[in-house]
Design a protein around this ligand. Structure first.
Ligand code: SF4
Length: 462
């Protein structure tokens, strides 16, 4: 679903402590997290004098950081961030990490997720005279840390701030002497800890650990705050209430297939879900294909389970600008054709199963089906490796409002008719849990059962 109507990723974070040329390592790690956000990126590093230096700009990691920028960020600890704007305003002022000077001292903070009671907390702080320069939840988090009593120390202040915020966050905080990393008490967003030489790294996905040669230690637990300093790693639990509501879309779509989230390989999960998709809805077909690339692992599972050959029926153009807004539907249609091409030599005259990870608005699926038919496909059967996406996400995924989600507006048969497929089937929620071998996940966008209070976070507020 990388190229369509489209769910957007929700940022990625990295933190490094006790590693030579930490910012250069973060530069590499952030590139492996680039799929989580392409709007902008930044790195904050502690230099030899204990000062925190920050460089952040709009653009991809490879374009924002060159030799000049990285040589200005020397030091053995840093944090980094790639951003997709989860707030409606996506301006430069929201790029991360944020540098904040509070009563307790100077620090930098970067965050992934969305805080559902941010407005309430912000209003309360503003009524006490606090000023905010951005619409980012991260700045709010930083202010809460910054106003904490100095006597409590960093860990207690960060834990206290985290406890006041409800929703989804994986957050890294950098001070002169330590790196702090925490996850919300529901565990919506992934965050893993690894060992790198004599130091440590935390990152949104284990693919970042692998890339820099770090050894995976464990996941940061929901409601846990890790303190990483000269004495090693110390664990604190800032919340007694701990759940394991990992975002199921991390497994289905957002995370890289070579990442492992809370013990479950993303690729293995997707393959299993594809096999279950076949078991739930066997289909007679000549070939299985996929919407590149997030549909690929599930398509492998479907193909193996059904003993139907897997073929590359759709080709993705890697060099098309990732985000662009076209003023008319006709131009948007062309946009899909620029990004995906059907392989006539493969699909012509064939009964084709197309595996995709999800359908959000349906307009791209409709064009895909038409493109395959134009390329000669005799039948097109859409198989979706997730349940119907019918409820907006309030935890950092940009889905639009409920009236924009096709599954909230139409029955399965109506969607099938709308996209013009010969048949359509969505994976069951039961199979989703089976594929992940988990008993707890956030599945709110499928069934509407939000794990948190929404604090009046209604669609009007979006
Ligand atoms: S509502 Fe959906 S997209 Fe949002 S956190 Fe839950 S599972 Fe993930």
């Amino acid at each position: 679903m990388n190229c369509k109507d489209e769910l957007h990723e929700e940022c990625g974070v990295v933190g490094i402590y006790g590693v030579e040329h930490a910012a250069r390592v973060a530069f590499m790690a952030l590139q492996s997290l680039q799929h989580r956000g392409q709007q902008g990126c930044g790195i904050a590093a502690v230099d030899a004098d204990g000062s925190i230096r920050i460089h952040k700009e709009a653009g991809l990691v490879k374009d924002v950081f060159g030799e000049d920028e990285l040589s200005g960020l020397e030091g053995r600890s840093c944090i980094g961030h790639v951003r997709y704007p989860t707030t409606k305003v996506g301006g430069r002022e929201n790029l991360q990490p944020f540098g904040i000077t509070g009563k307790i001292g100077r620090f930098a903070l970067a965050h992934n997720g969305n805080i559902v009671n941010a407005e309430e907390v912000k209003l309360a702080m503003e009524s006490h005279g606090h000023l905010f320069s951005s619409t980012s939840d991260s700045e709010l988090f930083g202010h809460l840390i910054g106003v904490g009593p100095v006597s409590l120390g960093w860990a207690a202040n960060i834990g206290h701030a985290a406890n006041q915020l409800d929703g989804a966050y994986a957050t890294v905080v950098l001070t002169e002497n330590a790196l702090y990393a925490c996850r919300d008490k529901y565990g919506f967003r992934p965050l893993s800890l690894g060992r790198l030489g004599d130091g440590y790294i935390v990152a949104s996905e284990t693919c970042a650990l692998s890339l820099v040669g770090a050894e995976f230690i464990r996941d940061v637990e929901p409601g846990e705050l890790l303190v990483i300093d000269a004495d090693g790693v110390h664990s604190h639990h800032f919340s007694t209430e701990r759940k394991h509501r990992m975002c199921s879309m991390e497994y289905i779509y957002f995370a890289r297939p070579d990442s492992v989230i809370e013990g479950c390989s993303v690729h293995v999960f997707r393959k299993r879900s594809g096999a279950l998709l076949y078991q739930e809805c066997p289909t007679e077909a000549d070939l299985v294909t996929y919407v590149p690339e997030s549909g690929m692992s599930a398509a492998i599972g479907y193909s193996e389970a059904g003993k139907i050959p897997l073929q590359m029926g759709l080709l993705k153009n890697m060099y098309v600008a990732r985000t662009f807004i076209q003023p008319t539907q006709a131009m948007r249609n062309l946009g899909v054709r620029m990004k995906l091409s059907p392989m006539r030599s493969i699909v012509n005259g064939k009964r084709v199963v197309v595996v995709d990870d999800s359908i959000v608005r349906g307009t791209t699926s409709k064009q895909l089906v038409q493109m395959l038919r134009d390329a000669g496909a005799k039948e097109v059967h859409m198989r979706i490796a997730s349940p119907k996406y019918a409820w907006p996400c309030y935890y950092g995924i940009d889905t639009g409002t409920r009236d924009q989600l096709i599954a909230a507006q139409m029955s399965e048969q109506e969607i099938c008719d709308f996209i013009g497929a010969d048949s359509l089937y969505y994976l069951s929620e039961e199979a989703l849990f089976k594929a992940s071998e988990r008993t707890e996940l956030c599945t709110a966008c499928f069934g509407g059962g939000y794990p948190t209070d929404l604090y009046g976070y209604s669609e009007e507020k979006e």
